[in-house]
Design a protein. Structure first.
Length: 274
């Protein structure tokens, strides 16, 4: 059954441009909902760092990821997109089974990437990568939930020497395999983003912005036809950056200047109160 959250999430991908921030726990999810965003997305990095682990494919067990998804989904009424990494399996059958488990958490969308997590072969072979997207699509269709499927090509992110050719080829193939939204993290420039939008139209394109970039704004991305702008680990790293600076000053100087930017206790209490 298609839920109200899933229907709303699908509608967001049909026109305009929206920002989807990435909470890393229940508190950050509730705060971002309070701030007025229309959808949320989990962050594999944000979750991993909160658990004291690195952001790698196998750092956080699938059971922990699924429990995290349930917590974030339950935290607000907003649609939630799951950063589901490589589907926590290499073979299509495993991807399909794990996608079914992901859907059962109540997410309105999920992403599957072609990053293997291996240094010797960081990107799945083309046909296997496509079959993995087909398996995810089949699991979603079988569920009858209408969950939005995002397919990610990680070639730029892993600095593949042939990324400029791989990304458009893979994203077009993933769109044909049933992806609703296409995503290539770490695009080199806005021209590349615009070319991807044209290539996979009318399907939606997600662009990651996790750091300040010259000329990159929400209005400019909207002009290019980008439907969704995700923040990845950006907000989690902003939080860690604030903690790191405050601690560094305290350790080095014995002073508390880093606390000056802390959000007021009363404000947080009001947001998280009944």
């Amino acid at each position: 059954m298609i839920t109200a959250a899933t229907a709303a999430f699908r509608a967001l991908h049909e026109s305009g441009c929206f920002v989807i921030p990435n909470p890393w726990d229940v508190g950050s999810a509730r705060y971002l909902a309070h701030a007025g965003f229309r959808a949320l997305a989990t962050s594999s990095a944000g979750l991993a760092f909160s658990l004291g682990k690195p952001d790698t494919v196998d750092a956080v067990p699938l059971a922990t990821v699924l429990a995290h998804l349930r917590d974030v989904v339950a935290a607000t009424p907003l649609p939630v997109n799951a950063d589901f990494q490589n589907g926590y399996a290499d073979e299509p059958a495993g991807v399909g089974a794990n996608v079914a488990a992901c859907i059962a958490t109540g997410v309105a969308g999920l992403s599957i990437e072609d990053n293997t997590g291996r240094s010797d072969a960081p990107i799945y072979e083309r046909e296997l990568a496509i079959e993995r997207i087909r398996a995810a699509r089949a699991a979603i269709d079988a569920s009858g939930t209408g969950v939005v499927l995002t397919a990610r090509c990680e070639a730029y992110l892993v600095r593949h020497p042939d990324a400029a050719r791989l990304v458009p080829d893979r994203l077009a193939a993933y769109a044909e395999a049933g992806a609703d939204c296409l995503y290539a993290p770490a695009l080199p420039d806005l021209d590349t983003a615009a070319a991807i939008v044209r290539l996979v139209a009318p399907r939606a394109v997600n662009v990651l912005v996790a750091a300040p970039l010259p000329g990159v704004t929400i209005p400019r991305l909207a002009e290019l036809g980008v439907r969704r702008v995700s923040l990845g680990s950006g907000l989690a790293r902003v939080a860690w950056g604030a903690v790191g600076r405050a601690v560094a000053e305290l350790v080095a100087q014995g002073t508390f200047g880093g606390f000056a930017q802390a959000m007021p206790f009363a404000e947080l209490n009001a947001i998280f109160g009944p």
